[in-house]
Ligand binder design. Sequence first.
Ligand SMILES: C[S@@+](CC[C@H](N)C(=O)[O-])C[C@H]1O[C@@H](n2cnc3c(N)ncnc32)[C@H](O)[C@@H]1O
Length: 253
Amino acid sequence: MTSTPSARAVQQYAGTTGNLTARIALHSYGTNPQDWFAWLAARLPAAGEVLEAGAGTGKLWTQVAHDRLRLTLTDFSPAMCAQLATVPGARVVRCDASGLPFAEAGFDTVIANHMLYHVDDPLAALREFARVLRPGGRVAVATNGRHHLAELDEVGAAIGRGDLGQWRFQNDFSAETGPGLVGQVFRDVRVERYPCDLRVPAAAPVLAYLESMAAGPLSAPERSAVQDIVQARIAADGVFRVRKHTVLITAVR
Ligand SMILES: C[S@@+](CC[C@H](N)C(=O)[O-])C[C@H]1O[C@@H](n2cnc3c(N)ncnc32)[C@H](O)[C@@H]1O
């Protein structure tokens, strides 16, 4: 059992892209016809020197034309960096977000999409983002609220797997606390909520999500219990409803 945000992130991401890919797949059941990555991309600059820290599988850039950007993609995970190397035109650098191997003031934009809650000291990472941004450059940080996907945490708890709860191994960089932390390092902080919830039509995507949190298969009785809970909700409501709370925090160096 891991005990710090960074140790949990290593366990989840260092050797595989599979856990992240399974979780991204669940969001295909979103109620917003514009998916998260398209919504985010519409709020990012179309040109300039851009750094994404903790870029994961690079999903953002597979959906977005980035031919006018000079793109640097970083992640601390060897598995993620191998995947990032397939993004056309991108420079890929494996490094920790809290110690970027780049000169001061070299970037126009730094993006941290759903990654600051994985670092042990998010304020230190934000200071590092400020260091590599030029004066007037922008940071774009996405994170979730405390009740984001609460229904999935509740399913985990109901089958005796409260350890799968999303906040258990994350720091408190959330929609509630993030703007204040960003404001300690940057000016002109703005927050925009992505309007979307999930309407999941079957138990399988919920199982896949919970197994990604467990980084392995649930037991047969656990799987059966998840299926019973989700199927009962679908029988009652037509779908399994899951609340989302995701925000984009932008600010200026
Ligand atoms: C939830 S995933 C998000 C990936 C991507 N930004 C996206 O939204 O699809 C978090 C990513 O941050 C990376 N990560 C976690 N802690 C990190 C750190 N301290 N430095 C760099 N990358 C980190 C993980 O390897 C993982 O790829």
